[in-house]
Write a protein that binds this ligand. Structure first.
Ligand SMILES: [Fe+2]
Length: 61
């Protein structure tokens, strides 16, 4: 859950940075921000997949 929270924070950050650099007219930087944003989304999806596939066993006593 902690890792998922980090990924979502990064997604919000790179989404905002994408718009900031577009506003500044820095299209080369916008492309880099979009690429990084997509990588963060992929990481979040991987973590979701791990959680959904029960790769972590939890025991409640
Ligand atoms: Fe990340």
């Amino acid at each position: 859950m902690a890792a998922q929270k980090v990924e979502h924070y990064e997604i919000a950050t790179y989404g905002s940075l994408t718009q900031f650099v577009k506003t500044l007219g820095k299209t080369d930087l916008a492309d880099l921000m979009v690429q990084t944003l997509e990588e963060e989304k992929e990481a979040a999806q991987l973590l979701t997949s791990i959680a959904e596939n029960n790769n972590v066993k939890v025991t409640v006593e």
